[in-house]
Ligand binder design. Structure first.
Ligand SMILES: Cc1cc2nc3c(=O)[nH]c(=O)nc-3n(C[C@H](O)[C@H](O)[C@H](O)COP(=O)(O)OP(=O)(O)OC[C@H]3O[C@@H](n4cnc5c(N)ncnc54)[C@H](O)[C@@H]3O)c2cc1C
Length: 352
């Protein structure tokens, strides 16, 4: 599973690096490679708990046919290969964290903060935020606001929080199934609720879930959640409606609702860079924004003729890296080299 391919740095703490990349989509990942070739270190932040951006979240199994020199590759395989390619550069990943604020330090660096309390300082910021941060869709359950963040959640940010809980998990996609399987050993009880017998999740996860139901380890109800019971933010039961059994309650102390994701520009709107139609305006020489030291590449970048394609993002990553070099190493001269002939570049990726 793609989730296990990258170790995430535990949230919190203060860190320093050369470039902070916001977004672990294909373009953010390739930026690690291009920066790495120039000896530039990077840390990558993503609100998702796995790298790959749209490739993993929206079309992991669909064939991509327009990656140069690769006849066909799935979104998941492209992500795996990018992770393999950037492995020598040891980039640190801060997954499950949203980049929320950006400020200049007295020393002239950028300080970025996440919603999990992580702080990273760097001379360069690279926004590779695609169509925006993936954020959970709110379930259409009356009164759900009263419980949000207390006993109703739309993502698992800290797994341990769910130990010993009596959890209803709602949804039929990969997130619902993955967390059903993952939390089953530590929860007091898991009840999965989905409106149909069919699931959108990976067949292997569905099989594993069914085996747990057969073994009596979890419950599964084909039903729709219609309401919540409880008080003061503490949920006591979800009300459900099923075609076969009518309306009834499922007692629980926690609801995890996975109703899909939507992409929103989010906090980047307040980073002080010029925006055009919810995207970040850049030059096409370095892919720098209106603010020196802040670059933007991939789907989030706006310039005349921009094509929202992975290959465009890869090109932008190369030019951004050359622009970033001058901020990271202001006293060094950048020498353009080919990987085929430069021994020092080959050594960086463990070749030659
Ligand atoms: C169905 C579909 C099919 C496609 N097919 C093709 C194809 O065949 N060929 C092709 O070239 N392209 C294709 N694309 C387009 C391609 O997927 C995008 O061009 C590509 O994903 C852009 O990569 P990216 O890294 O810029 O952004 P994304 O893949 O969108 O990744 C951006 C990441 O940034 C994260 N992020 C954003 N804001 C924040 C924040 N504030 N804090 C933390 N994280 C944040 C997001 O959560 C996301 O994971 C397709 C797109 C779709 C939807």
């Amino acid at each position: 599973m793609i989730k296990k391919l990258v170790e995430s740095v535990p949230p919190g703490g203060a860190h320093e690096t050369d470039v902070v990349i916001i977004g672990a989509g294909p373009v953010g990942l390739f930026a690690v490679f291009e920066l790495g070739l120039l000896g530039i270190k990077a840390r990558v932040i993503d609100i998702l708990d796995h790298p790959g951006g749209q490739c993993i979240e929206l079309y992991p199994e669909k064939p991509i046919l327009d990656i140069p020199a690769i006849k066909t590759i799935s979104g998941e395989q492209l992500t795996r290969q990018l992770l393999d390619q950037i492995e020598p550069f040891g980039a640190q990943f801060h997954l499950n964290e949203m980049a929320i604020t950006l400020e200049k330090t007295d020393a002239g660096k950028w300080r970025i903060k996440t919603d999990m309390g992580t702080m990273i300082e760097a001379p360069v910021i690279c926004i590779a935020a695609g169509g925006g941060s993936f954020q959970p869709k709110k379930p259409p359950i009356p009164g759900v606001d009263d419980y949000e963040g207390d006993t109703v959640f739309y993502a698992v940010r800290e797994r341990e929080k769910f130990r010993g809980k009596n959890i209803v998990i709602a949804g039929g996609g990969d997130s619902a199934l993955d967390w059903t399987l993952d939390l089953e050993p530590i929860a007091e009880k898991i009840t999965l609720v989905h409106r149909r017998e069919e699931f959108r999740a990976a067949p292997d996860s569905v099989e594993k879930m069914k085996a747990l139901v057969d073994a009596g380890k979890i419950d599964f109800h084909v039903a729709q959640i219609t309401g919540l019971k409880g008080a003061d933010g503490k949920i006591e039961a979800v009300e459900v409606e099923s075609k076969s059994d009518g309306a009834y309650d499922l007692p629980c102390d926690t609801l995890l609702a996975f109703y899909g994701l939507t992409m929103k520009l989010g906090p980047i709107a307040d980073f002080g860079v010029n925006l055009i139609e919810n995207r970040v305006e850049v030059d096409t020489e370095k892919f720098e924004t209106s603010v020196p030291g802040i670059f933007c590449i991939g789907d989030m970048a706006h310039y005349p003729g921009k094509l929202k394609l992975i290959l465009s993002g890869f090109h932008e990553a190369a030019l951004m890296s050359h622009g970033a070099f001058h901020y990271v190493f202001p006293d060094k001269k950048l020498k353009f080299q080919h990987t085929t002939s430069a021994k020092d570049l080959q050594a960086k990726v463990g070749e030659g």
